[in-house]
Design a binder for this molecule. Structure first.
Ligand code: DGY
Length: 329
């Protein structure tokens, strides 16, 4: 019997790749650290039993058809799976999995706090100032920021990552916690004295707002003009979820009109572009109170290795006729 063939669309943390090879599978990895060209993806997918793509690969019916009827699993190397057409996969009987892991939760929660702290204490502005040799001596008025301690954090999406953020907020920084989600999270309420409320009220009360929802039709532009209007003028918004959850045009207007105090943005509406093609020359990079990171919230050695293993374990389970560990749903 021929060895199962697995195609991986980009090189990454290789613990999972090693595990797949050790299992005796034929594993081929696209050899460049770039998004695989679509044409090549369609060619390479042909004949594979498992496809291991990234969030930057659009896995639609065309790719699934190109792969052929033997394809059993698309093991997406990401927690999010908005790049995969789940309906098309289901129709073809192909299992789709993602890579949630405690390591990813903790990495994203840490990055969320890196952004919150950097915004509150104006770290990137102060860094640029010091490096430009503008510092001429201590002043009590230099780079006045704001505390996290005693402030209210509003979490939108209280799942695994939102809960890891909540733990840091309450246990580490003495923040007050409010949250909103499709359903109440009783564990979160018990552990961190979190208060559940509707999004509208959360936006009015929070000093920091952190987004932890998946990208779905219902969460696209969840934060738009009306939502910015509800926020405190002193509020900071942090997005480590998915870019289109925030209406970028509305964010730019909110920043320009000082509707909010600042934003920490790890994911972009028109990714990989940092700015959508807007007509009025408003750009995120022009605001000193905006901190941009290029979709790196889960970019730690620990998280990437864990994701690699979860993807591999899903493939090994499905190719051995077992249930996947972390089906995308
Ligand atoms: C994810 O896992 O969905 C992140 O956005 C990338 O690691």
């Amino acid at each position: 019997m021929p060895k199962p063939y697995i195609y991986v669309t980009r090189p990454f943390a290789d613990s999972g790749i090693k595990a797949l090879k050790a299992k005796g599978y034929k594993v081929e990895v696209y050899d460049k650290d770039e998004v695989i060209p679509r044409k090549l993806l369609l060619q390479k997918a042909k004949g594979c039993d498992a496809l291991l793509p990234l969030l930057t690969d659009k896995i639609d019916d065309e790719v699934l058809a190109a792969a052929g009827p033997q394809l059993k699993i698309v093991a997406n190397y990401a927690v999010g799976f908005d790049n995969v057409d789940l309906k098309a996969a289901k129709k073809r009987g192909i299992i789709v999995t993602n890579t949630p892991s405690e390591k990813v939760n903790e990495a994203v929660a840490e990055h969320t706090f890196a952004l919150m702290l950097a915004l509150a204490r104006r770290i990137t502005e102060a860094d640029a100032y010091a490096k430009a040799k503008k510092y001429k001596g201590w002043s009590p008025n230099n780079f006045i920021g704001t505390d996290l301690y005693g402030k209210t954090l509003g979490i939108i999406g209280a799942g695994r990552i939102g809960s890891a953020v909540a733990r840091r907020a309450v246990n580490g920084f003495g923040m007050k916690l409010i949250y909103t989600d499709m359903r109440q999270n009783v564990d979160l309420e018990r552990a961190y004295k979190a208060t559940f409320m509707q999004q509208e009220r959360l936006l009015q009360e929070a000093d920091f707002i952190s987004l932890h929802v998946p990208l779905l039709p219902s969460t696209r532009h969840l934060i738009s003009t009306a939502q910015f209007s509800s926020m405190k003028k002193t509020a900071f918004l942090v997005n480590t979820a998915r870019g289109p959850v925030v209406d970028e045009k509305a964010l730019l207007r909110a920043l320009k009109t000082k509707r909010i105090a600042g934003a920490g943005i790890d994911v972009f509406e028109c990714e990989p572009a940092i700015d959508c093609d807007l007509t009025d020359n408003l750009e995120l990079k022009n605001f000193p109170n905006v901190i941009l990171t290029p979709h790196i919230a889960s970019a730690t050695i620990e998280a990437r290795e864990a994701m690699s293993m979860v993807a591999a374990e899903n493939i090994m389970a499905v190719l051995s006729g077992k249930e996947p560990l972390t089906p995308a749903k």
